[in-house]
Design a protein around this ligand. Sequence first.
Ligand SMILES: *Cc1c(COP(=O)(O)O)cnc(C)c1O
Length: 400
Amino acid sequence: MTDFTRTRAFFHLPENLIYMDGNSLGPLPRRDMERLSCTVEKEWGEMLIRAWNRAGWMELPDCVGDRIAGLIGAPKGSVAVGETLSIKVYQALSAALSLRPERKVILSDSGNFPSDLYIAQGLIDMLGRGHQLKIVRPEEVAEEIDAIGEDLAALLLTEVDYRTGRRHDMAALTQRAHRKGALAIWDLAHSAGALPVDVTTAEADFAVGCTYKYLNGGPGAPAFIHVAERHIRHISPALQGWLGHADPFAFESDYRPAEGIARMRVGTPPILQLAALDAALEIWEEVDIHKLRARAIALSELFIARVEARCPMLALASPREPEERGSQVSFRFKEGYAAMQAIIDRGVIGDFRAPDIMRFGITPLYLDEADMEKAARIIADVMNNRLWDAPEYRARAPVT
Ligand SMILES: *Cc1c(COP(=O)(O)O)cnc(C)c1O
């Protein structure tokens, strides 16, 4: 059983603050402080370069990869960790295109995160082989798979929309793509640690994601890539770094890919970030993800009900049906940026996504019913008294 009063104590959270932005940057797990000071002082400080062997630094990406595998329904040894999510999208997409060399279309949707789309465009330009990125509305993806048919190389989708929280049916769309002989790449940035994910049952060919959101790995924490076992030996990696080589310390002049998922490694792993992430992932040993999901839905329903009852000017941007949402609730409001700044000023942290989306992450590891009630009261105060209508709330910061 998961005791959510216990999990709250796992995090360092500032007092008098309701943190509803764990979908963008998870809070600091208390155990990270001890782990990081050990990694810095004892390992880096005392062992110096010997720590690569003595402190298990070289194996750390694999250990972390296996922890993440457990959270996304992937077998051990099928997840590589490192770099950022944008790079992992590049690795997955380039691999998928090379597995389907005759096909030219990549299908994505307008709800996808810009970086995923930019990476796809950049890769197409670099390949110069006439690939096309087709972007349709999320609700049109299924039909479009059938319409493109035999020319579809890969589906490139984010399961949960970063703006609205709308959730795709990963298994159904993957199956549909497979029927046309195409591959499916799923971005789990807003899924891993937010809801039950099973890439094996869904038969996803590739899955990628970041770890600084719901997995609480800290700012700039490394990303992950999962490759289905049926594909891994057929992949010639686009980024052929020395640590993805079969024998890095042979220092051969020619690249030979490592066996298995290790070929998706590129360069030197970020040890401090991995140590922080590894400690943060220990928390999940005590969490039943199905219970977490049920609780996230209950909290979201409460939050939506309270906000809607008091704030008629806020339009729900997330699907009303809980099963069609990820773990965030978004509202549309024309002056959403200013409104969010005023809300943050009063102790409820959410964020804003252009053009008009106010996002609130619902993370049961450290949020409860009392937080939902209090947050809704603060939001209602700001909205009904137009407290956002002040010049200082309109000045845009670089990060929104
Ligand atoms: C957060 C997010 C990213 C960010 O990519 P980075 O390379 O880690 O900065 C990319 N894609 C999606 C879908 C995201 O939600």
